[in-house]
Write a protein that binds this ligand. Structure first.
Ligand code: CA
Ligand code: CA
Length: 305
């Protein structure tokens, strides 16, 4: 009888440790709908084009593996994940007064930016472990931002070095920043979509010159994150449930009116594009006239000699 009781205790003890470890390894799991036709990658998204967000209202602690630089930081974003036989599609929207990024290439994390880690083979197994315990050779870490100097969307792949394949567009309209991205499966060196992917998304925020905050959903992009906050990738199941973009939906307005700030400092205003400043013409003419007078005086003095 005593042996039976001890055996029962042992079985219960083993089962309970199994349950705990299963819970600890369970990644945040979501379903990505399948696009029946690709969206327009123009930095403008709507319910008609993309449907409902895959994860809405992400902020520190919601879901539990969403961690902000400072837990009191008021950063939030919505994420859409879609797929088809050619690409994985990711969109992100966040409240943002001004889109700022003064950096390029591998330094563009230091400003308003979105960093992705996409692992077509998963890597959600890294729950609670170092971020790179299970990362596959097919994983790609990529950063996207809008360059404040030329106002163009730019991207950099940390894993391979250089620009990633695919399309991307970023906009900031009426206090909302939108990132709209597609990445071909071939960029991950896989033949096509599998049944699920590992995905981590980090939003870096900036309101002056350098980044001032971040919010990461999943783990693997933000290097300064505390070890106990690391959770591995989220598990995105590539669902066969389809989403069809409407026949017509809102697209990017190619002629947005300039912001007052841009016209005030003249850097992007009409005066610079309109030709040479009149003051410059007067100064050049005056210098030329003085030079001519000096030359005439020198010639006359030589003739007198
Ligand atoms: Ca669009
Ligand atoms: Ca900003």
């Amino acid at each position: 009888m005593r042996r039976v009781i001890i055996l029962c205790f042992l079985i219960i003890a083993v089962l309970s440790t199994q349950l705990v470890s299963v819970n600890a390894l369970e990644p945040d799991t979501r379903e990505a709908l399948k696009f029946t036709k690709p969206p327009t990658i123009d930095g403008t998204i709507s319910a008609e084009e993309w449907g409902d967000p895959t994860v809405k209202g992400i902020k520190h602690g919601e879901p539990s593996n969403a961690i902000a630089k400072d837990s009191s930081q008021d950063i939030t974003f919505d994420v859409w994940v879609r797929w088809d036989d050619n690409n994985v599609y990711i969109a992100l929207q966040t409240p943002d007064e001004k889109l700022i990024n003064l950096n390029t290439g591998e330094l563009m994390w230091n400003g308003d930016a979105v960093q992705l880690e996409v692992d077509p083979l998963g890597n959600w197994q890294s729950q609670g472990k170092s971020d790179y315990t299970y990362v596959s050779e097919n994983a790609r870490e990529i950063v996207y931002s809008n360059n404040s100097n030329d106002h163009k969307a730019q991207a950099w792949c940390y894993t391979l070095g250089g620009e990633p394949e695919g399309e991307y567009s970023i906009s900031n309209v009426d206090g909302t920043t939108t990132y709209e991205i597609s990445i071909p499966w071939s960029f991950f060196d896989v033949d096509g979509p599998g049944e699920e992917i590992g995905l981590t998304i980090a939003l870096l925020t900036c309101s002056s010159y350098t980044y001032d905050g971040w919010l990461e959903y999943g783990s693997g992009c933000i290097m300064e994150k505390a070890e106990e906050d690391k959770s591995g990738n989220n598990k995105i199941v590539l669902s066969e449930t389809e989403f069809t973009p409407a026949d017509t939906y809102t697209t990017f307005n190619p002629t947005p009116s300039p912001t007052p700030e841009e016209t005030d400092d003249g850097s992007d205003g009409d005066t610079e594009k309109g030709g040479v400043d009149p003051v410059v013409i007067i100064v050049v003419a005056a210098v030329a006239a003085i030079a001519l007078i000096v030359i005439i005086i020198i010639i006359r003095m030589k003739k007198k000699k």
